[in-house]
Design a protein around this ligand. Structure first.
Ligand SMILES: [Fe+2]
Ligand SMILES: [Fe+2]
Length: 254
């Protein structure tokens, strides 16, 4: 089974490159299952129901998120439209599983592709981020999107879950890291998949605005950058009998 994971899709530039390039990736790599982080798809901040459905229409199976999940309030109503593990599109948008359990939405999705069953879990780190439940203990259960700031926390959860999940894929920092590998017990790992969006900026935002904020500390409304749009993802070759990864390959398409 070939699994494609697409890193943080940022604003319209990110959505457009996914739309333009996804069919060729699927063809070239024989992709069976597509998961994408969509926490920045609405102009960098959050995701709306309409944008989630636009991504599903492109063939994405499950959308993960992170600390930006609540930026667009409509997503709360969307989550409240489903009960249980139904196959509806609302159920296939995840928020981190280690948020308080009475928050709207779900952190795990269990689905099927043909005869193969799979599970996706979204987790958020606690280092330099909001304090959530312990992501290590919540994860004790297939493919994990670990949305975290600190590389040490990400690498640690990779080792902690090695052999128990197909992949631990880092998101959130928006910069692809060159450390993709299959850990000794069969878990594919990368510290950060990298953003799918404009690289002519600072992690997706117009560079003048962010540089200005560093210079003068004044509040500023962040707007998505537009240039140098790249799609960053990883393809995981997975043995569907054991759930173990055989290989992980990093993709960057311009
Ligand atoms: Fe992000
Ligand atoms: Fe994030």
């Amino acid at each position: 089974m070939q699994i494609l994971f697409i890193g943080d899709i940022f604003g319209r530039p990110g959505r457009t490159i996914v739309k333009d390039r996804l069919p060729e990736i699927v063809r070239q790599h024989g992709i069976d299952l597509i998961i994408a982080n969509g926490e920045n798809s609405a102009a960098g901040f959050g995701i709306t129901p309409a944008l989630a459905e636009e991504l599903f229409d492109l063939g994405i199976d499950v959308i993960t998120t992170g600390n930006h999940v609540w930026d667009k309030r409509e997503i709360i109503d969307y989550f409240q439209m489903v009960e249980g593990n139904g196959g509806g599109p609302q159920r296939r948008v995840l928020r981190p599983a280690n948020y308080p359990s009475d928050m709207p939405g779900w952190g795990v999705y269990e689905g099927r592709k043909g005869k193969i069953s799979y599970a996706v879990m979204n987790l958020q780190g606690r280092v330099f981020m909001a304090s959530n439940d312990d992501p290590f203990r919540v994860a004790d259960q297939l493919l994990v999107d670990f949305h975290a700031e600190a590389t040490s926390e990400k690498i640690s959860i990779g080792w902690y879950l090695d052999g128990r999940v197909t992949a631990v894929l880092g998101t959130h920092t928006h910069v692809p890291t060159a450390d993709e590998r299959v850990l000794p017990n069969g878990t594919a790992y990368v510290t950060d998949v990298g953003m799918t969006g404009p690289y002519d900026g600072v992690i997706g935002v117009k560079k003048e605005l962010v540089v200005g904020k560093f210079l003068n500390g004044m509040p500023v409304r962040f707007e998505p950058a537009t240039g140098d749009v790249r799609l960053c993802g990883v393809v995981i070759d997975c043995d569907e009998k054991t759930g173990k990864a055989r290989a992980i390959q990093r993709l960057t398409l311009c």
